[in-house]
Design a protein around this ligand. Structure first.
Ligand code: UD1
Length: 364
């Protein structure tokens, strides 16, 4: 048997990126180890995604759980080093920008194991974001940098990274999205939560929005206005629920007019909800991309984005956390139908094929 390729997942946004790569490499007869660090561990943040995406149970589950950034990064490094020494992989594949991504990449660099970073080169240029630190450090030491869009290539070259390492492959998350659009039609998410035909979909979890009481309260005040015009569906992230309760804001959130607050929703039901929404309000990275691919207007409640093509080419508008601006843009979108855009180059559902070609070529 060939040496294995280890594919790393840690947190919710990783699962839909690894699923198509896993399936593609498997179809080419590769020896794979699917490793879950356990950074996200609740069934509705993790297991449901494996089921929805048709991924097998992880071969290795580390179970590191929640904790500070240093705790998560350090624990993953210690455990992952042991796993690499036991399994002697030919290549490790990491995705995205979570703590597990940077932790595993650093381990690979020190053990001289080739590491491919999928979703390389994205930069918000905001080092207050923990993910930005993870992106910079990961790209600095990974061997193959597989970018979703041309801005990624430009950023990496500006950082002095050799061109040979950089390959623009497109957006692998869009492979998962497009390949599941048919299955999504069977979803009964609307019946399950009593959701009407017209609604805005909201997600919120960034520390900059929910770890500061004033900012969180400002966003809720904008939601009060928006909820008076259109129903709002809000699958709440565990971090956001915890902070709302801690700040005594959960009651205010519940009393936003026409809001439906649900637990985190699985992949297929979530894509179903997104695909029929009039408007998405979010601080997630992935949703900015998925709404662009689906042509749904997206208002990003952040001051910047590491995914600028969603703004220059897609349906995304950066509105920040100022309540007046959020309300203005939301009302404009509801009146006009919002910004239209195009789907960026290579966001075509075939990114995993290009990734597999490059990785197998590199190993050989
Ligand atoms: C992490 C990622 C972020 C990603 C997000 C998607 C990092 C630095 N952050 O942030 O990039 O956008 O995931 O969700 O890696 N919790 C649960 N159950 C779980 C997981 C978390 O209850 O399954 C709770 C815990 O109380 C935890 C809190 O949620 O303290 C936040 O989790 P954390 O691991 O700090 O990161 P996220 O905010 O989810």
């Amino acid at each position: 048997m060939n040496k294995p390729i280890i594919l790393v997942v840690g947190a919710r946004p990783n699962f839909m990126k690894i699923a198509p790569i896993y399936a593609e490499l498997k179809s080419r007869g590769q020896n794979l180890i699917l490793l879950h660090t356990g950074q996200h561990y609740d069934d509705n943040m993790s297991k449901v995604f494996f089921d929805d995406l048709g991924m097998p149970k992880p071969d290795i589950y580390m179970g590191i759980g929640s904790g500070s950034h240093a705790y998560q990064t350090g624990t993953v490094m210690i455990e992952f080093e042991k796993i690499c020494n036991e399994n002697n992989p030919s290549m490790v594949i990491v995705v995205g920008d979570v703590n597990s991504t940077v932790a595993c990449t650093i381990v690979c660099a020190k053990l001289h194991i080739p590491c491919a970073h999928v979703e390389a080169g994205l930069r918000s240029f905001d080092r207050d974001m923990p993910e930005e630190i993870n992106r910079i450090l990961t790209d600095c030491v990974a061997d193959l940098l597989l970018t979703p869009s041309v801005d990624g290539d430009i950023n990496l070259e500006k950082e002095g990274i050799s061109k040979d390492k950089i390959h623009m492959v497109g957006n692998v998350m869009i492979d998962s999205l497009f390949s599941n659009l048919e299955r999504v039609k069977n979803s009964d998410v609307w019946g399950k939560y009593g959701i009407p035909e017209k609604y805005a979909l909201l997600t919120l979890h960034r520390p900059s929005n929910v770890d500061d009481r004033g900012t969180f309260a400002d966003i809720i005040s904008a939601l009060v206005e928006i909820g008076s015009r259109i129903d709002i569906v809000f699958p709440i992230h565990p971090r956001t629920r915890k902070m709302a309760e801690q700040f005594g804001l959960f009651k205010e959130l519940e009393s936003v007019p026409n809001i439906t607050i649900t637990e985190p929703i699985g992949y297929l039901d979530f894509v179903a909800l997104m695909s029929k929404s009039k408007l998405v309000l979010t601080d997630s990275g992935g949703l900015q991309e998925e709404t662009t691919a689906l042509g749904i207007p997206c208002l990003t409640l952040r001051e910047n984005t590491e995914r600028p093509v969603t703004v220059t080419e897609g349906t995304n508008t950066i509105v920040g956390a100022n309540p007046d601006l959020i309300i203005k843009h939301a009302f404009d979108t509801l009146e006009t139908g919002g910004k239209s855009g195009r789907v960026p180059d290579l966001w075509d559902g075939n990114t995993a094929v290009r990734i597999a070609d490059i990785i197998l070529d590199f190993i050989e």
